[in-house]
Each structure stands twice: as C-alpha cells, then as structure tokens.
Design a protein around this ligand. Structure first.
Ligand code: SF4
Ligand code: SF4
Length: 190
C-alpha cells in the first residue's frame, strides 16, 4: 500500500479561485496520510459504536487513532477504490467530508481576494490543500462553487448530505452495495 503514502507532508494551501473543479477519485490519499480531527459529538459516536481504542487525544483535541504509516481504520479498499465505512453509517467526520477544502471566517493563508467566498450564510475564506489528486487547476467552474457551498454548509453544521464533496459520489458510482463484517459489526457500505 506504499503508493498511497505521499512524500510532500507540508500542505500547500491555495485560494479556491486557483481551482477549476474537484472530483473525488476515492484514491485514499487523505485516508492514508492525514490525522482526522473530530468534533466532540463525533468522538462520542465513534467510542459508543466501536470502542475507546479508535480515538486518540492530543493537546485537548481528539483524533481517529492511526498507526504510523497505517491508514484510517475505517478505510475500506474495494478494488482500486478507497471507501469510508463510516459514511454509510452517518458517522463520517466533518473534517473528512470537507477535505480538501479549508474554510475560515478570516483569510488564514493570505491571498484574501482569491480566497473570498460569498455564501448565503455569510462571507468565508476558502483554501484547498493541493495534495489532493482530485483537484483540477484553472478558472473556477459553477460546479466548484456549488461544491464549496456544500462544504461550507457541512462545516457550519446546517447540512449532512454529500452530493459533491469528498467521496460520496465516487463511492456511489461504483454501484457496490454489500454487507461487510468489520470490527464485529455487520455494516452496509457503498
Ligand atoms: S478527497 Fe482527494 S485525496 Fe481524498 S480520496 Fe478524494 S481525491 Fe483522493
Ligand atoms: S473516517 Fe472515512 S473518510 Fe475519514 S479518513 Fe477514515 S476512512 Fe477516510
């Protein structure tokens, strides 16, 4: 599984106006390489359903437990696709849903004008992590704007469903629906 590990560990954040589109490839790069921060209620849900060992605390924050060089324990490989077993259980963390987009109320990484995004819920500054292979550079498309709008609503907690953001569409496009036995639970995944 070494080819899922990326060498560039330092993130490069680009303002969203540098990007034409985003299509999640279900490649698993994010699930292999990054720590997943959890909101308190997300951590509680994972502990209740899977046990304490799936959560790691560090400096007052909670993350999904990952071993060195290991992928997220909730990652499922299906052929060439990387799927999230938490997704179909309604437990996919917000950080995973909105990645590779980073949303702020202030211009956190400079390029203020290019990062500015006007949404019906207010003004935001949006950057993308260039390490995601699903990003296409260029002039922003309408679809990208819709994707960012969706990411903002998920980030704000006003929306749960994913139509355009990370992984749901790619996972659904596989047409694979099957029961899996994982961690002692029978779960349905897509
Ligand atoms: S969000 Fe990006 S890195 Fe993660 S699975 Fe999709 S394409 Fe790959
Ligand atoms: S919770 Fe799901 S999307 Fe997030 S890193 Fe784990 S497998 Fe990937």
């Amino acid at each position: 599984m070494r080819h899922y590990i990326i060498k560039r560990v330092v993130p490069i954040f680009l303002p969203w106006r540098k990007i034409r589109d985003f299509n999640c490839l279900a490649c698993g790069v994010c699930c292999y390489n990054f720590k997943v921060p959890l909101k308190p209620h997300e951590a509680v849900m994972i502990v209740r359903n899977f046990g304490r060992k799936y959560i790691t605390s560090s400096w007052g924050k909670q993350y999904i437990t990952k071993g060195d060089g290991e992928p997220c324990p909730f990652l499922l490989r299906k052929g060439d696709l990387s799927l999230c077993t938490l997704q179909s259980l309604g437990m996919k963390p917000t950080a995973c849903k909105v990645w590779p987009f980073y949303i702020f109320k202030r211009p956190a990484y400079g390029k203020e004008e290019e990062a500015y995004f006007s949404h019906k819920f207010g003004s935001f500054y949006v950057y993308v992590d260039q390490r995601c292979p699903g990003l296409i550079m260029g002039k922003p498309s309408l679809r990208l704007r819709e994707t960012i709008s969706e990411a903002i609503e998920i980030w704000l907690g006003t929306r749960r469903e994913q139509d355009l953001t990370c992984s749901s569409r790619a996972a659904l496009s596989t047409g694979v629906i099957q029961s899996l036995h994982w961690a002692g639970n029978s779960i349905l995944t897509v």
